[in-house]
Design a protein around this ligand. Sequence first.
Ligand code: ZN
Length: 386
Amino acid sequence: MHETTRLLRDLVALPSINPMGRPLSGPDLYEHRVTTYLEQFFRSLGVSYQRQPVAPLRDNILAWTDTAEAPATILFEAHQDTVPTDNMTIDPFAAHIENGRLYGRGACDIKGGMAAMLVAFARLVRDKPKGAARVVMIYTVDEEFTFLGVQRLAQLGLRERFPDLCGAVVAEPTQLHVVNSHKGAVRWDLTTTGRSCHSSRPEQGVNAIYRMAAVLLHLERYAEELRASRSDPRLGPPTLSVGRIDGGASVNTVPDRCRIEIDRRLLPGEQASAALEHLYNYLRQQVDPSLTFSFSAPWLSAPPLSAAGSEALVARLGAAIDSVIGSHQVEAVPYGTDAAPLAEAGIPAVVFGPGDIARAHTCDEWVPLVEVEQASEILYRLACSW
Ligand SMILES: [Zn+2]
C-alpha cells in the first residue's frame, strides 16, 4: 500500500466533524482526534511543531523542517475539519477502498490533500534534498464554517518567524489544477423593528414583517443592479442573496422584529465593509425614513482571492505539475478557501489538491488514490524546485 493511501485511510477513520453552527452533539465532533494524530506524526519525524489552541477541542497545528540553509520557505496548508455526515449512503469513517478510490467523509475535502502534503513533508525530512525550500505545514480548524483557524494564524507572526516566506499552497480538491482566484463572501443579518400589540387591534402596533417586506423589494432590485454592475471575466459578477427570514412570535401578535440573513459574494478588489456600507446607504435612500432597520456585524467574512501577486508561485507549481502529469490548468473557482486570508496577510497563496470539488460534501464522497499520490509527488518536487 502506498504511504499516501495508508495515511489517508487513518485520517478518514478519525472523525473531525464541524457542527457548522448547528446544535449537534456526540463524540465525532471537532478536529481534536486528527490534531492528535498529526502531533504524533510530527513527533515521530522528529521535527519542530506547535499546537495553537483556537477553541475547546479545536487546535491549529503547525510543523516545519529545520533546514538552516534553505533558499526559501513555503507553507503547505490544509483544514482538519469536514462537513457533517447527514444522509451519507456509505459508512463515513470506514475508509473503504474500491476500484482505486477511497470512500469516506473528508476523503476528497480535504484529507486526500492533507495526506499528500504529509507524505511530501516526511520525504523532505528524511531525504534532506539539497537546496530544497523549508516547508511549514499548517493544519487549521473550522474552515468549513467560519474560518476561525486561519484567522487565528495571524497571531503566530509567520512572516516574522520565516522572513523568507514566499508562498502558500492551500489544499482543496482542484483535480491537480492550480486555482489562483476565487470570490469572497460576507454574511450578516438585517433586522427591522416595529411595535408589538394584540392582533385584534393591529392598527395600534407597527408590523416589523411588513417593514421587512418593503426592505426586501429594494434588496431584490439591488441584487439585480449589482449583478449588472460589473463582471470579472473569470468569476462573473458580484452577487447578493437573501437566504433566511425569521420574525414574529405568534399569529395573534403584531411582530416587533423581523430578521433576514444576507449572503454577499465579493469579487477580488472588493472589501466586505465597503459592500455593507454601499447597501446600507442604498436602502436608507430607498426606504421610508420612518422605517427602522439595522445591520448586524458580519458573522462570516471570507475575503476573495486575487490572482495578483501569486504569479511566480503559479509558474513554479505549474512546472512541478507538468513534470509529474504532463500538463496543468490555471483556474478561477466559485468557492472560498483558506488561501484568501493568507493572501490578505501578504503571503502569495494558491489552491491545489487531489480530487474533484464535485465529490466534496457528497453522500458517497471519494477521492482517486492515484491523484493523492501524484499530488504528493508534485508538492515534493515543488519544494525541491528552488
Ligand atoms: Zn475544503
